[in-house]
Ligand binder design. Structure first.
Ligand SMILES: [Zn+2]
Length: 435
């Protein structure tokens, strides 16, 4: 009798454990794919967002009518821009400081600055930042013991002085724009240090920064003359980035003349040409996509260690299940339901998406879009190797930061696709080894 009771407890707790595990994995999948790019989303987000849009879109468009970037866009782009502004307003909390309220017009213009900066990107919310503090004018920072016009706070707030924000917006061609400056800090923090990242932002940003650091070393040369950039850009690489962006939008022609290479690289970082924002994203022309394929896991490949791994991971669960069933045959049904839910999920996790661009190979997780993405610059690939040429493993020897590392990915594509992949990378001059 006592034995039976213990068996019951074990079987019920195992079922509960498996159920919780399944819920957790499903939640993670949804969270990584949908929530990270759109945080602070209450339930029924889409309905509420749509309602907000319907209610406010006309007023938003009216406030945007004189916006220097907005008016350069096509009608279609303006629709997208206004709807992104609406989403931004819906998601962010504007908090007035030392003033009663922030008018809807100013909120719209602040949101528009963020959307202007991220207009070429897929993730445009600056998701890490949920609050925007607005002071009427310069405010005293207790931490730094001085007056500030704006700053970002890494816990997720952007702070702006309204007076300086407005004057930055009004003087369109002086290379000073507080809104763009602070949003640029926020964008860098958001896309480099947190997980919410536009696919290729990090890749292009790192290349921009490498070049910028070279320029910063030559700093005396740069600034003793008449640089387009104001002196403040010398502070550090972050200020250089923010001041560069202010000029990128406000004085693109002179900036391009002084920093032609950095200018082109920033076009790729932001995926926009400030001189011609109507044109398709500059990344398209440089990063011409040459190959895209989701490589499924071949269920027949039983002896492939990477395929067997999910089974290996499921083994303890399997053993627990068998123990449980031997103790209580009634739970056999729920147990098998759970196992059958796990197996397809564990396979889906292993699916990879391979993308070949003109200068790099991108390997992404298919299910968890934002979880893992590796970018391999062709110039840094030592060699690529297929183990068991048909169905098996793709191994990449890669140099980065003076280190050589091995990356291994599952590769079970058919012969035709593998041949196409090999042909494409060979054309790019990447060394190939087949073992
Ligand atoms: Zn700054």
């Amino acid at each position: 009798m006592k034995m039976e009771r213990t068996g019951e407890i074990i079987s019920y707790s195992t079922v509960i454990f498996l159920l919780l595990l399944f819920i957790w994995i499903t939640y993670q999948a949804i969270y990584r794919t949908f929530i990270i790019p759109f945080p602070n989303i209450p339930l029924f987000f889409y309905i509420r967002k749509k309602k907000f849009y319907k209610k406010n879109i006309n007023e938003i468009k009216r406030h945007l009518n004189n916006h220097p970037f907005f008016i350069k866009l096509t009608i279609q782009q303006q629709e997208v821009f206004a709807s992104r502004v609406s989403d931004f307003l819906f998601l962010k909390k504007f908090i007035p400081k030392k003033m009663d309220s922030v008018s809807f017009e100013y909120k719209t213009l602040i949101a528009a600055t963020a959307i202007q900066l991220t207009f070429g990107l897929d993730h445009y919310f600056l998701a890490h930042f949920s609050k925007i503090y607005v002071y009427p004018s310069k405010y005293y920072s207790r931490q730094k013991h001085q007056y500030h016009k704006g700053e970002i706070n890494l816990r997720g707030a952007i702070v702006l002085s309204l007076e300086d924000f407005i004057s930055g917006l009004k003087n369109e061609n002086d290379g000073i724009n507080l809104g763009l400056h602070e949003m640029a800090h926020a964008l860098k923090f958001n896309n480099i240090l947190t997980k919410d990242t536009d696919d290729m932002f990090r890749y292009h940003y790192n290349r921009w920064q490498q070049e910028a650091e070279v320029q910063l070393i030559k700093i005396e040369e740069l600034f003793c003359g008449n640089s387009v950039l104001r002196d403040y850009a010398r502070e550090n690489i972050d200020e250089f980035f923010s001041v560069f962006i202010e000029n990128f939008f406000e004085r693109p022609a002179s900036l391009k003349k002084e920093f032609p290479v950095l200018f082109e690289k920033l076009k790729l970082v932001l995926n926009i040409d400030p001189e011609n924002p109507q044109a398709p994203g500059p990344r398209n022309s440089v990063m011409e996509k040459k190959y895209e394929k989701v490589i499924p896991v071949d269920l027949k490949l039983e002896f492939n260690p990477t395929v067997i791994l999910p089974f290996a991971m499921a083994l303890p669960i399997l053993i627990t299940g068998v123990m449980m069933i031997s103790l209580n045959p009634y739970s056999i049904f729920s147990y098998f339901v759970l196992i059958f839910l796990f197996i397809p999920l564990s396979f889906l996790i292993k699916y990879k998406k391979y993308l070949l661009y003109g200068n790099c190979l991108v390997v992404k997780s298919f299910l968890f879009r934002n979880l893992k993405m590796e970018v391999f610059d062709f110039r840094k690939i030592d060699y690529i190797c297929f183990r068991n040429a048909r169905g098996g493993e793709l191994m990449i020897k890669y140099y980065e930061d003076n280190q050589i590392s091995d990356y291994k990915f599952i590769w079970t594509s058919d012969t035709e696709n593998t041949a196409l992949f090999i042909e494409t990378i060979k054309k790019e001059g990447v060394l190939l080894a087949v073992k």
